[in-house]
Design a protein. Structure first.
Length: 86
């Protein structure tokens, strides 16, 4: 299991477009579970509506957990996505 913590810089937070991009990235690694957590609430990265319901806004700190067969590649892809889009 690998984790990283990220502070959201996008002024709109995690809304439909970046949530969709995150879902697409997560689905590229079917044997790896990616979870995004804010405070005590969390969602699998493949669940777009659940991700958006976390209410993640600019300045919020999220913890991303990656667990499974392609942890390293999945973590790299998600980190890159967060840095480029969020």
């Amino acid at each position: 299991m690998k984790t990283f913590v990220y502070t959201i810089t996008d002024p709109m937070g995690i809304h439909a477009r970046p949530a969709g991009m995150l879902v697409k990235a997560a689905k590229a690694f079917p044997d790896t579970e990616i979870t995004v957590a804010k405070s005590s609430a969390s969602a699998k990265a493949t669940q777009m509506i659940r991700l958006m319901s976390l209410g993640i806004q600019a300045g919020d700190q999220v913890t991303v957990t990656v667990q499974g067969g392609d942890e390293d590649a999945a973590l790299d892809a998600v980190i890159q996505l967060f840095r480029q889009c969020l």
